[in-house]
Design a protein around this ligand. Sequence first.
Ligand SMILES: Nc1nc2c(c(=O)[nH]1)N[C@H]1C(S)=C(S)[C@@H](COP(=O)(O)O)O[C@H]1N2
Ligand SMILES: [Mo]
Length: 396
Amino acid sequence: MIKRTQNRSSRREFLKSSFVVAGGSALSRFQLLASPILQAQSKNGLPEAKFIKLIKFAGEGPIPMDVPMGSGLDGRLYTDLSNVGPDHPTTPNEKFYLRTRASDFLREDKPWLVKVSGATAKPSVLEIATIRKLSGPVGMYLMECSGNVRDAHFGLLSVADWTGAPMSKILELVHIEKPGTRVLIEGFDEYPESSSTSLPGASWIFTVDELQSSKAFLATSMNGSSLSRDHGSPVRLVVPGWYGCTCIKWIKELRVVDEDVLATSQMHEFAFRTMQLGEPELAKDYRPALMEQAAMPVRVEQWHVEGEFAYRICGIAWGGSTLISGLKIRFDANDNFVSVNEFRRIASDPWSFWSHLWWPAQRGVYSIELRLDDDSIPARRLKAGYYRRSVEITEI
Ligand SMILES: Nc1nc2c(c(=O)[nH]1)N[C@H]1C(S)=C(S)[C@@H](COP(=O)(O)O)O[C@H]1N2
Ligand SMILES: [Mo]
């Protein structure tokens, strides 16, 4: 009996590695289904594995995914993350999440101008044509709403390949250059309807240094198409590595403000969600709204492997500024964390993909939690269990 268990666990270790070898990468479900790899495996004497189905996460809201809903400040689109993978690392524009939809008051018949105030020299307005002239491909970046929640399958998170004008070039053009200077970036934010979830007014205050070192840019296109109205047309801010609440849409004004300026209503609204210490009154007491390293499962696959059910957990890791070496996973708060089987990065890394094979010991509801191999890397949300997700296993 003991021998059998031992055999079985070494067999499982072998299966884990052969899954990885067979894939060479975190294969998407579609690749696995379509690929001859699994048939080839059995011919080569490797394990025969058959994909059965996807298992839904338990205890999350019944919310429509990938469709725009509602209007104005209460408008949302939750991105379905269950199919992301290295072979399609960006979110198509029509599925890129929405945290606010364009206001009916937003006018597109007049030429859009971005006012520049408080700078020492001209120009005092920026035309879209000027911003476009300074624009070019800036790369893939991830955006996450700091109010991303389990109930909506954590669907306020997406990646696009952006085109935009680096803020460093814009600031140079309008002569706002001193690193410590504070700049308020304001977006259009007036709506005919009142909101049950948000305050109108969208502006954030940055130092010149923060805008430069984060490589912030004024985006005009995403994934090769002009910004949609809902995504901030004609121009929005993107601050790589910072939460989405700083990525002001429909930009109307860049304003140089005093050192002791008050934090904006938007900054107050998002103080808790961006993990500030209390609710800072002054902009200068506000910490950069950085996304710390995070990770979560996005898909649970059921497989039939050598007469048993096995489960493959696929997930993402994002945020943070240090390259992490690996992840640990557990399925129960009383268990120890074990290393994730496969953790993989892609070039220009807005997010990374991982997968893990798992044989649950019994039927029941399991809570999937992740940690970093390196405990010294800041990951407050991850460690607080914010991205924990549950599955109910009915077949073993
Ligand atoms: N003008 C304006 N900009 C805004 C917002 C807003 O309500 N109004 N919402 C912010 C928040 S909270 C997020 S998460 C991102 C979402 O951008 P998206 O809807 O294009 O995904 O936009 C930010 N920019
Ligand atoms: Mo947000």
